[in-house]
Design a protein around this ligand. Structure first.
Ligand SMILES: [Zn+2]
Length: 276
């Protein structure tokens, strides 16, 4: 499932490929994504020029000169790419936004958990998210983060997956951040000292920054906006490495279910009750 580094890579790749281009025609697939598409939106979109593209959490916002926004979520297997038009359409292609100059923006999604929506204005985007989004984990405000963690009686894995505390962190980067900060996924937020909160916060920032540098992680379907795969999957310390030796101590990585998700950790480096 694409998380912040993957979505950020898509946005950065697409920016030079779509900004300044005008939508001339739209082709849609026959199957519905997670949110329904309205034919009326096509009339609104045709003739609009892309003036920008940005990310919020795991959402992609394509800004149009009309003030409207094309709002995209990649779900589990979404691929949002741009390039020359005229290539044969791949399977599971749901949208092709053809630009006036032989270029095309495409949305492909095998499992169809993603969504593409037209939103009339920036003021309506918040509502369209359907979730409250916390700060971006790129430059996390220290004090509010420590407060949110320490007053929670949930475990750290659940806290990191909560989009209202941090926007954009999912299973992979939660596991990698917990390993980097040497914290067990089942440790309760309320058991963390202030200094451990800072360690965790800095670990999240570092893991996310490094993953963006590697263009995200390609596990199954994820590709960037120009069609290139990510490379961070080769840097995982714990995620998907069950049974393999820990890079720090050699102990076999374990996997347990925490907060309903598979959680990978080193039982030696990440003790459940950290020494203060
Ligand atoms: Zn270890």
């Amino acid at each position: 499932m694409p998380e912040l580094p993957e979505v950020e890579t898509v946005v950065r790749d697409l920016r030079p490929l779509i900004v300044g281009r005008t939508i001339a025609a739209i082709r849609t697939g026959s199957k519905q994504l997670r949110k329904p598409w309205s034919k009326h939106w096509e009339t609104e979109l045709i003739g609009s020029t892309v003036v920008g593209i940005r990310r919020r959490g795991k959402w992609i916002l394509v800004d149009l000169d009309t003030g409207a926004i094309l709002l995209v979520h990649l779900g589990m297997t979404g691929q949002f790419t741009a390039g020359p038009a005229g290539l044969p359409p791949p399977d599971h292609l749901h949208f092709a936004f053809a630009f006036a100059d032989e270029h095309e923006l495409r949305y492909r999604d095998v499992r169809r958990f993603g969504s593409v929506q037209w939103i009339a204005s920036d003021a309506l985007v918040q509502h369209a998210f359907g979730e409250s989004l916390g700060p971006e984990p790129v430059d996390i405000p220290a004090e509010p983060f420590a407060t949110a963690v320490r007053r929670s009686r949930r475990n750290l894995k659940a806290i990191l997956l909560d989009q209202s505390i941090l926007a954009g962190v999912g299973n992979i980067y939660a596991d990698e951040s917990l390993f980097r900060s040497r914290l067990h996924p089942q440790t309760l937020g309320s058991n963390l000292t202030r200094s451990k909160c800072d360690t965790l916060r800095l670990a999240i920032e570092a893991v996310i920054a490094q993953a963006i540098e590697y263009r995200g992680s390609t596990i199954r379907d994820y590709i960037g906006g120009s069609g290139l795969r990510g490379g961070f999957q080769d840097e995982f310390k714990v995620y998907g490495r069950t049974g393999e030796p820990c890079a720090a101590c050699g102990t076999a990585i374990e996997m347990i279910r925490v907060a309903g998700r598979s959680s990978h950790f080193c039982p030696e480096c990440q003790k459940k009750n950290p020494r203060r």
